[in-house]
Design a protein around this ligand. Structure first.
Ligand SMILES: [Zn+2]
Length: 595
């Protein structure tokens, strides 16, 4: 173990999984559990459940599950020790450095070092902007764009001076490890010698934070017409542009409040909306939105509006993001601003109220695509054929049957084409998609890895499920040595893990999960803890019944085999009896776990 068990238990006891997950997923209480939209697969109705009693989560849609650490590992794509540290930090629990193994410490220190460096650099750029005489142009520039001092300070906007090595010099002075300096991407190694030059020079600097409020990277904008207009940090172990949205670290609380988020493209679009009290906003920084972006956002608001410039570039950018929304089943609306405006210039000219007014008229995806296609092709016969061809892949991707048929109806109406003809086109397209995807999550069985999927497995799983949900029966199960009758080695091991705890209260399940061997086992335990146990008055009776069945099955199959061997021997069929004995030996080996 990399971090001592007692420490992990302490952290599990102090933390609350509902707190941690609800900071990232919108949860609603229903009965004993909390439910929300799963951040790990696309869905429209919540099947992601969190139990505060058991301190675990489980998704009935994709079978992901585990304790608070498993959640954070999967959600932030981080390692186990990182997840432990994240929870510990959240609850001010101290972990001694000496209790972490050297290799793990190295990885942790590296990422931590990058965050530290980014934060130092952010302060450095900010001080430059606020205090340096060299920043006069930068200050004038932001003033001209209407950005207030308050906004500048809240979003830590800074300035990188016009120099090849000002930052490199600063970083050497505060003695950061060279490896970390280089990996930060803020400086670039010179071809000759072993020094660096600064990536960002004479630019307004926008630090980009993750939702844990840590600076992960930077964007820099020039103040004249030189190119490139915007420059961003390269991907680093802590910065991935497909997972990060600008401003969400501050705006997330407002997105929650309004249950609505405006998605804009650039830093200035974001800042000017925010400054005009439209605070439920994020910026995609010019990249098409990824599935990860959309899943991140749906943890903060169920309604989303894409805001784009009316120029072709803006419309094309929004089209790229649209398919991601359709696939995720999120009903996003598209707001195209009046010709010649972007969100920044619009809000400064017309103000908050006008913005909200036109936002109220934002179009749903399919009508938006229909209208832009009509504008492109016109409503001649040929135009209609083109429009239909352009629309069918979008329509075919809508998973919700009712929504799809309503849109088909609407489109046929708008184009004045027979509904059946449209339907036929979409059906052909839909068949193509169905042909493509046979895989994924939904067929995932918690037990699929083992080849022992049979009736005794189902009973064995029920026994484990009862042990987890009614720990009072564990004493009985131990006394009768039930686990030794299990066929599945994997389930027996999990059972033994549960037995170690004996007579626990529900909260310990998270602890059991922490001790499981593999990720598959952790998911299985979470599943078993949430599995519905068939209605019964007496759980002890039910478990005794199951125990007897398991013992009986084991004995029966042994007896049958023994009888066969006896008969073969009586008939002097040595070949058969030899084969049967071999089978019996194999059975015993399998049963003992030597398979
Ligand atoms: Zn799921």
């Amino acid at each position: 173990m990399l971090i001592p068990r007692e420490k992990i238990s302490e952290i599990l006891n102090t933390s609350d999984i509902v707190d941690i997950i609800s900071e990232r997923v919108i949860l609603k209480k229903s009965g004993l559990n909390h439910f929300g939209l799963c951040p790990f697969h696309s869905e429209k109705t919540p099947s992601f459940s969190v139990s505060s009693q058991k301190q675990i989560f489980h998704c009935f849609g994709c079978n992901t599950g585990g304790n608070v650490f498993s959640f954070l590992m999967k959600y932030h794509k981080i390692s186990f020790p990182e997840a432990v540290k994240m929870v510990a930090a959240r609850y001010n629990i101290k972990i001694k450095i000496t209790s972490i193994s050297p290799e793990v410490r190295k990885v942790l220190n590296f990422k931590e070092g990058l965050f530290k460096l980014n934060n130092k650099v952010m302060e450095y750029y900010c001080q430059n902007f606020l205090k340096s005489k060299k920043a006069v142009n930068a200050q004038k520039y932001l003033k001209k764009r209407g950005i207030t001092r308050e906004t500048i300070i809240l979003f830590n906007i800074g300035y990188s001076e016009k120099s090849w090595d000002a930052l490199s010099f600063f970083l050497r002075k505060i003695k950061f490890d060279n490896n970390i300096i280089e990996k930060s991407g803020l400086v670039i190694p010179r071809k000759k010698g072993n020094s660096y030059y600064d990536r960002f020079r004479d630019r307004i600097m926008f630090p980009i934070h993750d939702i844990n409020m840590q600076a992960t990277g930077f964007g820099g904008r020039v103040m004249d017409d030189s190119m490139p207009k915007y420059l961003n940090s390269p991907e680093t172990p802590v910065y991935s542009k497909s997972r990060i949205l600008y401003g969400l670290h501050i705006s997330k609380q407002y997105c929650r409040q309004k249950d609505l988020v405006y998605i804009v493209e650039g830093y200035f679009d974001f800042l000017s909306l925010y400054q005009h009290k439209i605070k439920n906003v994020v910026a995609s920084l010019g990249t098409a939105l990824t599935t990860e972006h959309v899943r991140l956002l749906k943890g903060y608001a169920s309604k989303m509006v894409l805001v784009f410039d009316s120029d072709d570039a803006g419309i094309n950018a929004s089209k790229k993001s649209i398919n991601t929304f359709i696939k995720e089943g999120i009903e996003v609306k598209i707001l195209i601003l009046p010709r010649g405006y972007d969100p920044d210039s619009f809000i400064f000219k017309y103000g908050k109220q006008s913005f909200e007014e036109i936002a109220g008229r934002a179009m749903a995806i399919i009508p938006f695509l229909t209208e832009t296609a009509i504008e492109k092709y016109d409503l001649s016969v040929e135009g209609k054929i083109n429009i239909l061809n352009e629309m069918k892949p979008h329509l075919a991707q809508i998973k919700d049957n009712v929504a799809r048929s309503l849109y088909i109806k609407e489109l046929s109406h708008r184009l004045d084409i027979d509904e059946k003809a449209v339907l036929e086109k979409v059906r052909q397209e839909h068949a193509k998609y169905l042909g493509q995807k046979t895989n994924i999550q939904f067929n995932k069985q918690p037990l699929k890895k083992s080849n022992t999927d049979n009736i005794s497995d189902r009973r064995e799983m029920q026994i484990l499920s009862i042990m987890l949900q009614y720990p009072g029966v564990i004493t009985q199960i131990k006394k009768r040595n039930i686990l030794s009758f299990f066929y599945s080695k994997r389930l027996r091991k999990i059972g033994e893990l549960i037995e170690e705890f004996e007579n626990f209260d529900e909260i310990v399940i998270a602890d059991i999960i922490a001790r499981a061997q593999s990720n598959e086992d952790r998911e299985l335990i979470a599943y078993l803890s949430m599995m519905e146990i068939p209605e019964t008055h007496n759980i002890l009776e039910k478990s005794i019944f199951l125990m007897n069945r398991i013992i009986k099955i084991k004995n029966e199959s042994e007896n049958i085999l023994m009888n066969k061997i006896k008969k073969a021997q009586q008939a002097s069929d040595f070949e058969l009896s030899f084969e049967l004995l071999r089978q019996k030996k194999k059975e015993i080996q399998k049963f003992r776990g030597y398979e």
